[in-house]
Design a protein around this ligand. Structure first.
Ligand code: ADE
Length: 350
């Protein structure tokens, strides 16, 4: 006969989640991080626009850096109408240096849709918008509307992996555990409590277990080596890209081209050619021919990492009749700012 009345310490038992929820929520009530997108109005509600902007930023940006961009974006575009009415270039300029620019392009696209059709107030409605996946839809619908949706991000994965001593949790496992544990009375607080626990206590390398409100329920702590959970994921290989860029003008006024493609599309930058083949010869000549430029002089090299790519750019100054424009007015990637800084002009985003 199977045991139909398992121990209260069994992670699937109602007792287990019944103890866990108040322990974590009480800790969160006392220790939650004060973050600008967590402000509530007089009725205790959050502004869904601010929640959305913050969640898009935090998809691939750390909280400390995301905060700076959040203040900057919401000051410049205080609501969805302002964002929708702005030219894409102005949104990219506000996003300049934050990376993963598809987020900014999708933010703008989604703002235009919302300005025309209204802002959704359900998980399914948010999921239908560009740039919003299951994680972001769960975050927005739980934080801004109190919908019972569990988020599953890196912090949540680490906390749950340790709580249940699951060394290689896959997406489905994490989502199922997160769904089962979610506090349906306070889903937004529960989600952010897991995020904060992961960011402040249950940290990747040296978790602060003595301060953890879930320590008595943590199977990884019982194992004696909580930091061993979860096992490190295999990193996808980094592609090395070598390119040549031409600076016609100076660090303030230069000839710029608008970039196309998934990575930096919509941003501006120095004219660039990828070096092909072993020796990479020909890229500089192609650039000089294309821009009718001459007298190249090597300024130096800069490197930058972007989405599984390590890009090294050799930057040459050259002469051409092409017109320069005010560099500061255009959205540029950090790689281009680094290239321009070779001339001695410093930039706040480096
Ligand atoms: N990371 C993603 N969303 C977050 C939030 N709402 N608070 C803190 N960190 C987060």
């Amino acid at each position: 006969m199977p045991d139909l009345n398992p121990s209260p310490d069994w992670p699937g038992s109602a007792d287990f989640s019944g103890r866990l929820r108040p322990a974590l929520l009480n800790w969160f009530d006392a220790h939650a991080r004060e973050l600008p997108w967590r402000l509530v109005d007089g009725g205790g509600q959050r502004d869904p626009y601010r929640v959305w902007v913050s969640e898009i930023l935090l998809q691939q940006t750390q909280v400390a850096r995301g905060r700076v961009y959040f203040e900057h974006l919401t000051e410049q575009f205080p609501d969805v109408r302002a964002l929708a009415a702005a030219p894409l270039e102005a949104v990219l300029k506000a996003w300049e240096g934050c990376g993963y620019y598809a987020r900014a392009r999708n933010l703008h696209k989604a703002a235009k849709i919302m300005a025309a059709t209204g802002m959704p107030d359900t998980y399914a409605g948010w999921l239908a918008l560009p740039g919003v996946g299951p994680y972001t839809a769960a975050a927005i619908s739980s934080l801004a509307y109190g919908e019972a949706r569990a988020v599953n991000d890196g912090n949540v994965r680490r906390v749950l992996s340790r709580l249940f001593a699951e060394v290689q949790p896959d997406e489905r496992w994490v989502q199922a555990r997160a769904d089962a544990l979610l506090d349906s009375q306070r889903p937004g607080d529960w989600n952010e409590a897991l995020m904060d626990l992961g960011a402040m206590i249950c940290t990747p390398r040296t978790p602060h277990c003595p301060a953890c409100p879930l320590a008595s329920s943590c199977a990884a702590l019982k194992s004696g080596d909580p930091a061993a959970y979860p096992a490190a994921k295999k990193r996808s290989p980094v592609k090395v890209v070598q390119a040549v860029a031409l600076l016609i003008g100076d660090a303030q006024t230069a000839y710029l081209e608008q970039r196309v493609g998934a990575l930096l599309g919509g941003l501006y930058g120095l004219p660039t050619e990828i070096k092909e083949g072993q020796a990479g010869e020909g890229a500089l000549d192609r650039l000089l021919t294309r821009l009718e430029a001459h007298s190249p002089r090597l300024l130096g090299s800069v490197s930058h990492s972007m989405t599984h790519r390590q890009i090294t750019l050799e930057v040459y100054a050259a002469e051409s009749a092409l017109p320069g424009e005010a560099v500061g007015k255009r959205p540029l990637s950090r790689l281009d700012h680094k290239a321009l800084a070779l001339l001695g002009g410093q930039d706040r985003l480096l």
